[in-house]
Ligand binder design. Structure first.
Ligand code: ZN
Ligand code: ZN
Length: 246
């Protein structure tokens, strides 16, 4: 069956999150989503809080809706790596050992907002990832994926042909919700099946106006369209910033 869900969601367990997991589950279930993947910041996360993520996700998981626990690991080189399905702490801040830690605990490894904060993206990381956010809503806007993350995905697919592209909400509060989600195919509606689909299954990115495959890089015309949308978004943002300064 096909499931629609959102990934990269922060609750108030994260130092900068504002909502409870119960409230988020109610909200996304109300929008017709089947699942949400929590990714709480590793910064300052205590073992008690890690257990809370697991317990609260289990509490809100019902037949019709699944909450998957997870952590967004802060790494060196200004990289953030999502470990979906993993709440075990790791000693390292180096991206490759962190990715290996997530894999060793059965999680899906997704590189978050790869081109934000002046992050460096070492090529040796590519083979350790299951997915890469080509579209992070706060960083890339609601129109379409970011141009730089899209090109990075293209380049890294040569190093890791299994690398999937995803779109992520990176949500911290519910005042600016959007409908950027993903669609996956699963045999069962449970956390393990959702994690397995994020690792190995087909993924489709569904934005408010654009849908695109997470497996196949767009053709020439698709790429042109996405480039235009990304440039349009950046131009609008520059204009907004310029107006905001006066
Ligand atoms: Zn982040
Ligand atoms: Zn985040």
């Amino acid at each position: 069956m096909k499931l629609r869900g959102v990934i990269h969601v922060h609750s108030r367990i994260s130092y900068d999150g504002h909502e409870s997991i119960a409230r988020l589950a109610e909200f996304f279930r109300g929008l017709g989503y089947d699942f949400m993947c929590m990714t709480e910041h590793s910064d300052g996360l205590t073992p008690t809080q890690m257990q809370r993520i697991v317990d609260e996700c289990a509490e809100v998981t019902k037949d019709s809706f699944v909450a998957v626990p997870g952590v967004e690991f802060s790494c060196r080189q200004r990289l953030h790596i999502l470990g979906i399905g993993v709440t075990e702490p790791v000693d390292s801040h180096d991206p490759v050992p962190v990715a290996q830690h997530i894999r060793a605990h059965g999680g899906a490894v997704i590189l978050a907002h790869p081109c934000a904060y002046g992050a460096e993206n070492p090529d040796e990381l590519a083979v350790h990832l299951h997915g890469i956010e080509i579209w992070n809503q706060p960083k890339d806007g609601k129109l379409g994926p970011g141009w730089k993350p899209l090109k990075l995905w293209k380049r890294w697919r040569a190093l890791n042909p299994q690398l999937r592209a995803v779109g992520a909400l990176d949500l911290h509060r519910l005042d600016s919700p959007s409908s950027l989600g993903i669609e996956i195919s699963v045999a069962n509606r449970n956390p393990a099946a959702i994690i397995a689909a994020l690792k190995n299954g087909p993924v489709k990115i569904r934005g408010p106006w654009v849908s695109l495959s997470g497996e196949h890089y767009p053709g020439v015309f698709g790429e042109l369209k996405l480039a235009a949308m990304s440039k349009g978004y950046n131009a609008l943002r520059s204009l907004r910033d310029a107006l905001g300064r006066h």
